[in-house]
Design a protein around this ligand. Structure first.
Ligand code: AHR
Length: 490
């Protein structure tokens, strides 16, 4: 039985701009995320541009990735930037202690990262090492990257092949300081942040936004303490939230072959981020009523049990229609809070957790999550339009989530866009639209849906789940069960 959903808005009203950086990606030195996934080296048989896989570059360009965060994650707080510059064959080999204990050749370092984002046309988010580094090391890294004059560090960068300074959009001062980044308390971390931020300097016009490492899940303490204690430059507080179907780190749930209860639990867990963001933003509104400190969800996505035959330290997982729906639900929530939530990074870009792309040697597959990013790219820098949504719930026992969530915005191309997600895997939804301020009759765009909840793309069948054309008269707008729809209203 179809849900009856009412959606009302006035196209003449405007909300905040949806910052394109909400569509950011996260690329950590983890498993096959960087090595194999992005970097194969110039001598590889896999077609590449100066060592970067062409297929991956092209696919990422197509979804217009605006921002990439690197080198971690937990890896960031053990990363020493000097080990990743200079001739590649002279760089030290380290052990990646967090992720599988594998050798880290340091082949992909600062210059390779910037070359990669420049090839993508994306901005850079560099995460500094607070946990095991020093103030001097972090300050020197920033000088190395941004120095304009003749300082020895700027000259060293030039000697390593880069004349012009690199441009850094965001710089993170540590990562998950409450955990792998040093097991600190927020008071201690905020004091360290004050110290580190004091010494991070860059030429005018090239000073990145500074990111303080904040809390996770339902916690608001980190947001509270950091926004109260830090008086130095702070552009945003980071926040991490992962969707674990079973909310149990020892038994997270399966990536494929799951039940409808697993599907529901995944929707329920992912939808929690709405309340968690709201709670954190309330704290920020109290401590920073001017709205100077943004809230960056710089790690989010699904996290399932590792596939049995793979290295559990590599966090490789399959990606299904369920992940595509999760991504769209999160986008709709981020849009709702677009005033403060101006940047997010899904974890992670290639071969790790809720990835856009999976690779197997020369093969590449685009995941359902990738396609959701492609469909939603019209929302990058779009102006949100406030709306009212009345939707029945999708229920399981005494738990419930709204069946349908939505976004409405005016794109940078001047067109009016509507996104709809139906979380219910069994029932479709009839959408009764009541629009003021514009005469629209038709919805035209794309839909992502399938029969199976765990429909997916594989290396043998890479085009199983792809967006299809979708169009409807507005007085007959219906979306099927478990679907993501993005349309222009015209
Ligand atoms: O994305 C994987 C890991 O999850 C990151 O390294 C860390 O920050 C988080 O705990």
């Amino acid at each position: 039985k179809d849900h009856k959903v009412d959606l009302t808005f006035d196209a003449g009203n405007t909300g905040p701009v949806i910052d394109k950086d909400i569509y950011g990606q996260f690329a950590e030195h983890l498993g096959r995320g960087i090595y194999e996934g992005v970097w194969v080296g110039e001598d590889s048989d896999i077609p590449n541009t100066r060592g970067f896989r062409n297929d991956v570059l092209n696919a990422l360009r197509d979804i217009e990735v605006p921002l990439v965060r690197w080198p971690g994650g937990c890896f960031a707080d053990e990363y020493h930037w000097r080990e990743g510059i200079g001739p590649r064959d002279e760089r030290p080999v380290k052990v990646n202690t967090h992720w599988g204990g594998v050798e880290e050749p340091n082949t992909f370092g600062t210059h390779e990262f910037f070359e990669f984002v420049e090839l993508l046309g994306a901005d850079a988010y560099v995460n500094g090492n607070l946990g095991s580094g020093s103030v001097q090391e972090m300050a020197e890294w920033l000088e190395y990257m941004t120095g304009e004059k003749g300082s020895t560090l700027a000259q060293e960068r030039r000697k390593n092949g880069r004349e012009e300074p690199f441009e850094i959009a965001y710089f993170g001062i540590g990562n998950e300081a409450w955990g792998c980044g040093g097991n600190m308390r927020p008071e201690y971390y905020s004091d360290l942040y004050r110290q580190y931020a004091t010494f991070l300097k860059a030429p005018e016009g090239n000073m990145p936004k500074l990111v303080a490492s904040g809390g996770h899940s339902e916690d608001t303490t980190w947001t509270d303490v950091l926004s109260k204690n830090i008086e130095q430059k702070i552009d945003g507080i980071s926040y991490h939230y992962y969707t674990l179907p079973n909310s149990d780190w020892d038994n997270k749930g399966r990536a494929i072959n799951f039940s409808e209860t697993d599907w529901f639990n995944t929707m329920d867990r992912t939808y929690k981020i709405d309340d968690y963001i709201e709670a954190n933003l309330k704290v920020l509104e109290k401590n920073d009523p001017e709205g100077d400190i943004k809230f960056y969800v710089d790690e989010w996505g699904t996290w399932y049990d590792p596939e049995p035959e793979r290295d559990p330290g590599f966090l490789y997982q399959q990606n299904t229609l369920r992940d595509a729906v999760v991504a769209a639900v999160n986008f709709n929530i981020f849009h709702k809070y677009a005033e403060r939530v101006t940047m997010t990074n899904i974890a992670q870009m290639v071969n790790v957790l809720q990835a856009m792309i999976l690779t197997d040697k020369e093969k590449m597959v685009l995941t359902p999550t990738y396609h959701t990013y492609g469909m939603y790219k019209v929302f990058q820098d779009a102006t949100s339009i406030p709306f009212k949504l009345k939707t029945p719930d999708y229920k399981n026992g005494d738990k419930r989530v709204p069946a349908v969530t939505a976004s409405v915005a005016r794109g940078t191309d001047g067109k009016l866009y509507l996104a709809l997600v139906n979380m219910d895997p069994k029932n479709g939804a009839d959408i009764d639209l009541d629009i003021d301020g514009v005469k629209a009759k038709r919805a035209e765009g794309q839909i992502l849906t399938a029969e199976a909840m765990d429909a997916r793309n594989t290396f043998d069948a890479p085009a199983t789940l792809e967006p299809k054309a979708f169009s409807a008269d507005l007085d007959e707008l219906r979306i099927p069960a478990k679907s993501v729809v993005v349309v222009e209203l015209k």
